[in-house]
Design a protein around this ligand. Structure first.
Ligand code: SF4
Length: 326
């Protein structure tokens, strides 16, 4: 492991000062420490923020939810408000990682986690994300698990988070605190597509700290849920996944929020599917027709063509589960 300094901070001002000097924030450490062991990440200074007061889940004035950045995945998944208002978040968290990891990993860390592309984690392989300008071994290599949406010539890696897919579907926002004060950014703008700079993954400014993720209030009743399709039933990343939330009133779908995971370089919102649903009466035929639009714009690679059909079927199945009509 590369040598580094370690500082534990107890208030946000101290954290921001250390962040401004170039320190990397450390919370649960479940991704960063792994990557440091593999020498993929070589921070000079770690700033342990696990003692900051960012571990609360609260209901906002408008009836949405604010999940503190240091709430662990287990705490968020089990929280009564999360379970009742947005089951899609609980389900996405419970289908992630392992129980041990969920007890350590935080919500802020989860959305910051880095790709599972095997070439990224192999320091002998060409990888533009790890070493800009070195190439992308996955493009011509084994790319079965890689992205089919949002890719670029520089990088085709998927974003690994499940709960980020739920956040994208629900149109969450991310609260940030930095040297210039507080700001809030739409979740859709927080995670960046690779373009020509795949090493830049989030729209964070120098020294900024995530303080919370906020889920907006949505019309009630709202049914929601998360489906994850993977090679094995435990401790595995998604080949495809679907986060769905529907508000049905008077027999018609009034609001639809749909996003997919395992297929995009970022959690992939599906506006064409949502538009197809809104104003319609739930039916099996509607789910099939809407899900047929899920893979629009896909560019599969040599080994992941199967994801195009699998994505449509995943979305269709979860629409049936949440929408309740077979
Ligand atoms: Fe690196 Fe991205 Fe290519 Fe994987 S897909 S090798 S992360 S550049």
């Amino acid at each position: 492991m590369h040598p580094f300094t370690y500082t534990r901070v107890s208030d946000t001002r101290e954290a921001l000062n250390a962040g401004r000097r170039g320190g990397r924030y450390l919370a649960g450490g479940t991704t960063l420490v792994d990557l440091m062991r593999e020498t993929v990440e070589r921070p000079e200074a770690l700033v342990d923020i696990s003692g900051l007061p960012l571990g609360e889940v609260t209901v906002t004035e408008r009836g949405g939810l604010r999940i503190g950045a240091l709430v662990t995945m287990s705490e968020a998944a089990a929280h009564p408000k999360v379970r009742t208002l947005y089951p899609v978040i609980s389900e996405a968290l419970e289908l992630s990682a392992s129980a041990q990891l969920r007890n350590m990993a935080t919500i802020g860390g989860n959305i910051m986690q880095r790709t599972r592309c095997t070439y990224f984690r192999d320091v002998t392989a060409a990888c533009n994300k790890r070493q800009p300008g070195s190439g992308c071994a996955a493009r011509e290599g084994v790319n079965r698990t890689h992205a089919i949406l949002g890719t670029s010539d520089a990088c085709v890696a998927t974003h690994p988070s499940d709960v980020a897919v739920a956040f994208a579907a629900l149109e969450a926002s991310v609260h940030l605190l930095g040297p210039d004060g507080e700001r809030r950014i739409a979740f859709a703008d927080f995670l960046l597509r690779p373009g020509s700079t795949p090493q830049r993954e989030q729209a964070l400014r120098h020294g900024e700290l995530i303080t919370a993720v906020e889920i907006p209030a949505l019309p009630r009743p709202l049914k929601s849920g998360y489906l994850k399709v993977r090679d094995r039933q435990s401790y595995e990343f998604a080949l495809t996944s679907a986060a769905v939330a529907l508000h049905v009133r008077g027999g018609l779908i009034r609001e639809a929020r749909v996003a997919a995971g395992g297929v995009g370089t970022v959690p992939w919102k599906l506006p064409a599917v949502e538009r197809h649903l809104v104003g319609e009466r739930p039916s099996g035929a509607l789910w099939t027709a809407a899900a047929a639009r899920a893979a629009e714009g896909a560019h599969p690679l040599q080994h992941n063509r199967f994801k195009v059909e699998l994505l449509k079927r995943t979305v269709e199945r979860q629409l049936r589960v949440v929408g309740g009509t077979r």
